[in-house]
Design a protein around this ligand. Structure first.
Ligand SMILES: *Cc1c(COP(=O)(O)O)cnc(C)c1O
Length: 423
């Protein structure tokens, strides 16, 4: 890939590590994208890939969905940023609420990181308590209290330099899928302001919540009067139109949405119980603000996305789930045929393979998988025109634009690639 190689060399001179988000880098250098359409993405060297990274799950309708693009074009012609409220923002909030009735009030922000940061500040402001429980392996954005791994005691340790432990000592890390541990931590600690969780874990590879894990969590937090935050930035509009909360029938106190909300534009949302959300400034004392929040371009994209997803929901969700299940089965059959120890985790339109003989149910079991083998698989897939996220600790995503022939080509590519990583 001579063009990508040369672009990467130029990029490294002006951009740290040549990329604007760490996971985009892979050895020896990432391909640079020229354009995308539907389920396809093209690099600068003219290669075409079937895209399962899909903007890390954001492009659920596929690249350049006509309804979304035309809504944005229309808005472009009348202005891009006003610094004052618009009717569009009400329309989007009402649309979100229709599918997420637990979000009685909603604030729009830009990135998912901002949404979870605000959710945590709200939980603390509302309860006047300090500690936040998060689960090992869950990702909630790149801010101080959430860039935390399990500590030797109960408090977490920063995973990044530049975060003094003063900032992470109030984050308690609990094992995912471990209700007993959660119960112990909650009953021992009277200073817990909130519990935040990815209801389906999409940032440690793909890990499913075991039976009753989320139900137990809801029961315990309700009993202890602790706000439960569902970080649905991946699962929102993806597990179903109403996200994981609709899918599992669980009502959180606060919810964060992002990614699929706007099908490729910069917008996220935080919402939940009225009495918690009303703590936000200027009416309340929890401060949160942003120049670009609710900008009309992203909001127009959000409205068009949700309208499209609602209208087509009986077509979109069964189709992407069926395609995903078919691929997951086929990957499993190929890996079995070649005698490779593996696990395939899949739910609805999300999938991932792990090279290990033990079920992957939490951070530790995900870490035990053979990451080197995954790297090999990634490169073989890329050579055969299939782009999945370059890390074992990400998830594959189907979009509504993926076709039957994409699916067949992908099954074939996995089969070939697995044959080659066998040793
Ligand atoms: C992507 C993601 C975030 C962070 O969103 P950004 O828009 O990248 O800041 C937070 N939580 C989850 C579950 C995510 O997948």
């Amino acid at each position: 890939m001579p063009k990508s190689k040369s672009l990467f060399n130029s990029a490294k001179k002006v951009i740290p590590s040549g990329v604007n988000s760490p996971v985009r880098f892979f050895e020896p250098y990432p391909f640079f994208v020229k354009k995308a359409q539907g389920s396809q993405i093209w690099d600068e060297d003219g290669h075409k890939y079937i895209d399962y990274c899909t903007g890390y799950g954001a492009m659920i309708l596929g690249h350049k969905h006509p309804e979304v693009i035309s809504a944005v074009q229309e808005q472009l012609s009348i202005g891009t940023l006003y610094g004052a409220p618009t009717a569009l923002e009400i329309e989007l909030a009402e649309l979100i609420q229709k599918s997420y009735p637990s979000m009685q009030k909603i604030r729009l922000v830009n990135t998912g990181s901002e949404a979870t940061m605000t959710a945590i500040r709200l939980a603390r402001g509302f309860t006047k308590k300090k500690k936040i429980i998060k689960f090992e392996g869950c990702y909630h954005g790149a801010h101080e209290s959430m860039l935390v791994r399990a500590g030797s005691g109960s408090a977490g340790i920063a995973v990044s330099d530049g975060i003094p432990n003063d900032f992470t000592k109030n984050t308690i890390v609990v094992q995912y899928n471990n209700s007993e541990q959660l119960d112990r931590v909650i009953s021992k600690n009277k200073d817990i302001a909130g519990v935040i969780v990815e209801p389906v874990l999409g940032n440690m590879g793909l890990i499913l919540p075991q039976k009753n894990f989320l139900k137990d969590m809801r029961k315990m937090t309700k009993q202890a009067d602790i706000p439960l935050i569902f970080d649905e930035i991946i699962t929102g509009f993806r597990m179903s139109l109403g996200g994981a909360q609709e899918y599992f029938g669980i009502k959180p106190d606060l919810t964060t949405l992002g990614k699929s909300l706007s099908n490729g534009f910069v917008i996220s949302a935080i919402g939940g119980r009225k009495e918690i959300m009303d703590q936000l400034a200027p009416g309340g004392k929890v401060y949160e603000a942003s120049t670009f929040a609710g900008n009309p371009i992203s909001v127009a994209a959000g409205i068009a996305s949700i309208r499209t997803m609602s209208t087509l929901k009986n077509k979109i969700y069964p189709k992407i789930a069926k395609q995903c299940l078919t691929l997951a089965k086929s990957i499993h059959e190929s890996a079995t045929k070649y005698g490779i120890s593996h696990q395939v985790n899949a739910i609805e339109s999300m999938f991932q393979i792990f090279f290990t003989d033990k079920p992957v149910t939490d951070y530790a079991s995900s870490k035990r998988a053979d990451g080197k083998k995954f790297q090999k698989l990634f490169h073989h897939l890329l050579k055969q025109g299939v782009f999945v996220a370059p890390s074992q600790f990400e998830t594959g995503f189907f979009s509504y634009a993926h076709t039957q022939s994409d699916l067949e080509a992908t099954m074939h590519a996995y089969d070939n690639s697995l044959r080659q990583v066998r040793q």
